[in-house]
Ligand binder design. Structure first.
Ligand code: DOR
Ligand code: ZN
Length: 366
């Protein structure tokens, strides 16, 4: 066992061997449903107190009753000792009814709405074909102060896939913010320097989440010695200088940038296929991955703000009271995880990380 300093460290303190943080939240995650739900929910609830749960199921979560039922399935999938709050989202469609959205928000079932441009990503076929079609819903959301979460990519085949995010800023997000200056918007899983600058220049009503994987991979990871489907996610990773801009934003201490893993498990065979699914399953080692990045940037002291403070402040929710601990000890990430009959390749598979999350009640053995 590694020499662990037992300390009564306050949240945010770190010594040579341990890092203690106020318990973090994941502001963007896919928990799936059915066979994969238990695995996905358990890994997220292990590290995070709350999570914004994406609604891109089949069929998508478009009604209050569907969201309440899904929340029930998430809680039923978790063992009782997991204290976890799933924060549900509504999937916006061209036909969405603003009254349904408002009722769900006022009831405390919906925390936010998710805008998927139609066909931008996994299970987004029912998404919005033209943002003008949901103008009255955006108006209502602004009125009731309900956050809008955005998958920021255009889908026109004329636009190069590596430019989809930058074009979205100009053609969709800019006009939305102009017409709804008080609407709170989270630009999810940003991947470009353009988005960092856009978010920085906007008012305090615009923030962004940054994934663990976009802080570590650039687009070369998808083509490293051959096609690498496990590095494929949407938005796709971009050039290295974009990754550098994301890292700088994440460790900047700006409250406009906070943690959202976009952990998105897919069965191994559906990624290793002629038409592989987009998504990276980072939940099993999410905090370790972020800690490694922050350490490399010489900014471990900024991790707590990013992981545990800026998100709740933006969402106007209380900070968590508890804390979590990471030990500075080598952790070999398995090549494969299994969930019933399903194999899943996690983020960092086969790699060694320099940190290990300590389960409450465990002694932190390696
Ligand atoms: O890589 C991704 N996977 N990006 C998304 O936007 C969706 C997600 C999924 O649901 O698989
Ligand atoms: Zn996502």
């Amino acid at each position: 066992m590694e020499d662990i300093i037992t300390t009564s460290a306050l949240p945010g303190q770190f010594s040579d061997n341990t890092l203690t943080l106020r318990q973090p939240d994941d502001w963007h995650v896919h928990l799936r449903d059915g066979d994969m739900l238990k695995l996905a929910a358990d890994y997220t609830a292990r590290q995070f107190a709350r999570a914004i749960v994406m609604p891109n199921l089949v069929p998508p979560i478009t009604t209050v009753s569907a969201a309440a039922a899904y929340r029930g399935r998430i809680m039923a999938a978790l063992s009782e000792e997991r204290a976890f709050t799933p924060l549900m989202t509504a999937y916006l469609t061209d036909e969405i009814n603003p009254d349904e959205i408002e009722a769900g928000f006022l009831d405390g079932v919906f925390t936010a709405c998710k805008l998927y441009p139609a066909n931008a990503t996994t299970n987004s076929a029912a998404g919005v074909t033209d943002v003008r079609r949901i103008w009255s819903t955006l108006e209502r959301m602004q009125k009731i102060d309900m956050p809008l979460l955005v998958h920021g990519e255009v889908v026109s085949p004329d636009i190069d896939i590596f430019d989809r995010e930058a074009v979205f800023l100009e053609t969709v997000l800019g006009p939305v913010l102009k017409d709804f200056p008080a609407l709170r918007v989270v630009l999810e899983h940003i991947t470009t320097e353009d988005s960092v600058q856009f978010v920085e220049a906007a008012g305090s009503n615009l923030a962004a989440t940054i994934t663990a994987h976009h802080l570590r991979i650039d687009r070369n990871a998808m083509f490293d010695g051959g096609l690498r489907p496990h590095a494929y996610c949407l938005p796709v990773a971009k050039r290295r200088h974009h990754r550098a801009a994301l890292r700088k934003a994440a460790v900047s201490g700006s409250p406009k940038f906070f943690l959202g893993t976009d952990s998105a498990p897919h069965p191994k065979h559906e990624k290793e296929s002629a038409c592989g699914c987009a998504g990276i399953f980072s939940a099993p080692v999410a905090l370790e991955s972020y800690a490694q990045t922050f350490e490399e940037e010489g900014a471990l002291d900024r991790l707590e703000g990013f992981a545990s403070e800026f998100g709740p402040r933006f969402y106007r929710l209380p900070l968590n009271e508890g804390s979590v601990t990471l030990h500075r000890v080598a952790q070999d990430v398995p090549d494969l995880m299994t969930c019933g009959d399903i194999d899943i390749v996690p983020f960092h598979a086969g790699q060694s990380l320099g940190w290990r999350f300590v389960e409450e009640g465990s002694q932190g053995e390696t």
